[in-house]
Design a binder for this molecule. Structure first.
Ligand code: CP
Ligand code: NVA
Length: 325
């Protein structure tokens, strides 16, 4: 058997049994407010570099070998799953995807026990969970960073990709950004992140469907109820589904309440002619947006989808490198 002394001469050891390494408190990204405006700026700037490298210098390596990303998904996903896994692979590590039927967190075992276990094996946890309270509990017991990949309250990584896309198309100067539809998780994160970057944000929802209070704590975020008033002279128009995952029983009521908030060519005609159209996807074509708009020349929805990769790679790299605290 190789003795520890001999082994340590060949392979320097950073710690020996009985010596506790000091552990820094992990930085969690549970809501968009968990990043400061300066940190949002840093994530977007690094994302631009990483995107350039990937497209024009693909041999450039950003090594995080052998780092494992745990991904807990209680809800369906195309973009979020694919882009987090791809980003981790491109950073040099890999990801392990755990669905509700794999681990049934909270039933098969407690949320805290899942967090304690995954913290021992993985460098980071990405979680898409039904209830925001669950991710708060998960993070409380995790000694590695936890990133929200969508809860009922927030979708912070989506917002980073959205703002990256807006900057690519319109530049970084403050713009008039209008969110129309349900004041949901996507609206909450978009409004907070856009407000932090100094944009003028209008949230346009039916009464009773406003965004979370935190959005309106920014002086540059306003609530409007009339879509034509809201969209006037907009630089960017954003919408999302009227019925989010988990709200299926409200479908008929919501379709009726949101009908006049559909983003169609007539509504878009009140925005600037240079305005761009955003949607986080998946879209319910013919409901919140028409084919003509989402497939039209103003639509940047697939740039947004691509930018999920670059924004999340940047966020994960900054967390793995300990730059975000
Ligand atoms: N926009 C978004 O989060 O897409 P998925 O639900 O497919 O991950
Ligand atoms: N608001 C939607 C976003 C999907 C990416 C939902 O929560 O289902």
């Amino acid at each position: 058997m190789v003795q520890l002394q001999t082994y340590s001469k060949q392979q320097p050891l950073f710690a020996v049994a009985g010596v506790e390494l000091p552990k820094a408190a992990p930085k969690h990204i549970l809501t968009s407010s968990d990043l400061s405006p300066a940190q949002v700026r840093l994530v977007l700037d690094l994302a631009k570099v990483l995107k350039y490298d990937r497209n024009f210098a693909p041999k450039q390596v950003h090594m995080h070998e052998n780092r494992v990303l745990a991904m807990i998904f209680e809800k369906q996903s195309l973009r979020t799953r694919f882009t987090f896994e791809t980003a981790m692979v491109e950073l040099g590590g890999h990801a392990i995807y755990l669905t509700k039927s794999d681990i049934d967190m909270g039933n098969r075992e407690s949320i805290s026990d899942v967090a304690e276990n995954l913290s021992r094996w993985s460098a980071m946890i990405v979680a898409r969970l039904n209830s925001h309270e669950t991710i708060v509990e998960l993070a409380k017991h995790s000694s590695v960073p936890v990133i929200n990949a969508l809860t009922d309250l927030d979708h912070p990584c989506q917002a980073l990709a959205d703002l990256l896309t807006i900057e690519e198309h319109l530049g970084a100067d403050p713009k008039k950004l209008v969110y129309i539809g349900d004041g949901n998780n996507v609206a909450n994160s978009f409004a907070v992140t856009a407000a932090m970057l100094g944009h003028e944000v209008l949230i346009c929802t039916p009464p009773g469907y406003e965004a979370a209070d935190v959005c309106y704590s920014f002086p540059n975020v306003t609530q409007v109820y009339d879509p034509v008033t809201a969209i006037k002279d907009a630089d960017a128009v954003y919408t999302d589904v009227w019925v989010s995952m988990g709200q299926e029983t409200e479908e008929e009521e919501r379709k009726a309440r949101f009908a006049k908030y559909q983003v169609n060519e007539e509504l878009m005609s009140h925005a600037k002619s240079s305005a761009i159209f955003l949607h986080c996807l998946p879209a319910r074509r013919g409901l919140e947006v028409t084919d003509e708009v989402i497939d039209g020349p103003q639509s940047v929805v697939f740039d947004q989808a691509e930018n999920r990769l670059h924004a999340q790679k940047s966020l994960m790299k900054l967390l793995l490198d300990g730059v975000l605290k």
